[in-house]
Design a protein around this ligand. Structure first.
Ligand SMILES: [Zn+2]
Length: 252
């Protein structure tokens, strides 16, 4: 029972981490002081949860306070017993599950889209880390999907003298041996012993590459039903902007 609670806490925290890209916006204003048709908040917002005590939230929803696009983004309402700061804390606590359900539906759709492209041989669905990275660098990837449990890291060895770069993606336990290998061997470029080694989490690395080319990166839960489907393909997949033609349909 205790373990169950701990697992649940962990999951909630993970959910919130996954939701970091979501914007949370909280209005603490009295209803009557809210301007009609408040315009958006943020184009990045994916959904709105309206929380408040008693009928206040229905008044808010029905009172046309929101611009119609925002109105359509309402996911659900939460009954809060408190108002003010305590009410906000309460809304956060209660919205965890709601948001995690919402995210799960989103992840399911993403992975179904990926499998549809792969199974229909449209050339738009690919998987396998190395191929996905190549396609990403070539700006062909529309959406990159990776599970949150790959345990992979990118290790790079860079020569301080000639800037020659060595890199490899390895599992967690191989990070230190790989770094040692880079730093204890001469640079393949200039033979100097000035190789400096660094490591980075695979998601951080992909995030940097994705940002450069405007690719959407989605980190999905590897333990959820659809994450397991992606895991069976090696935990990394991508939906492409177009069929690059010569791309091999990877078997990893
Ligand atoms: Zn060198």
């Amino acid at each position: 029972m205790l373990q169950e609670n701990i697992d649940r806490e962990d999951n909630l925290q993970k959910d919130f981490r996954n939701l970091e890209r979501w914007s949370f916006h909280i209005f603490t204003t009295e209803l009557q002081t809210l301007p009609k048709n408040i315009l958006l908040i943020s184009t990045q917002s994916k959904g709105l949860i309206i929380s408040g005590p008693g009928p206040t939230k229905e008044d808010f929803i029905n009172g046309n306070y929101l611009e119609y696009r925002l109105q359509n983004m309402i996911i659900n309402t939460i009954d809060a017993s408190y108002s003010g700061a305590e009410g906000i804390r309460e809304a956060f606590a209660k919205s965890g599950e709601l948001l995690s359900d919402f995210r799960m539906v989103e992840e399911k759709k993403l992975i179904e889209d990926l499998f549809r492209e792969i199974n229909s041989h449209s050339g738009l669905g690919v998987y396998g880390l190395q191929d996905v990275i190549e396609l990403l660098k070539n700006n062909v990837v529309k959406v990159l999907i990776i599970t949150d449990d790959t345990n992979l890291n990118r290790v790079e060895g860079k020569c301080r003298r000639c800037e020659h770069l060595q890199e490899e993606i390895v599992e967690r336990r191989e990070v230190i041996p790989k770094k040692t290998q880079y730093t204890s061997n001469p640079c393949p470029g200039c033979n100097s012993m000035e190789v400096e080694a660094n490591e980075q989490d695979i998601v951080d690395y992909l995030e940097l590459l994705a940002a450069k080319v405007g690719t959407r990166l989605e980190v999905v839960s590897g333990s959820a039903e659809h994450g397991v489907m992606l895991s069976s393909l090696g935990k990394v997949g991508a939906i492409l902007r177009y069929n690059p033609g010569h791309t091999k349909q990877v078997v990893s």
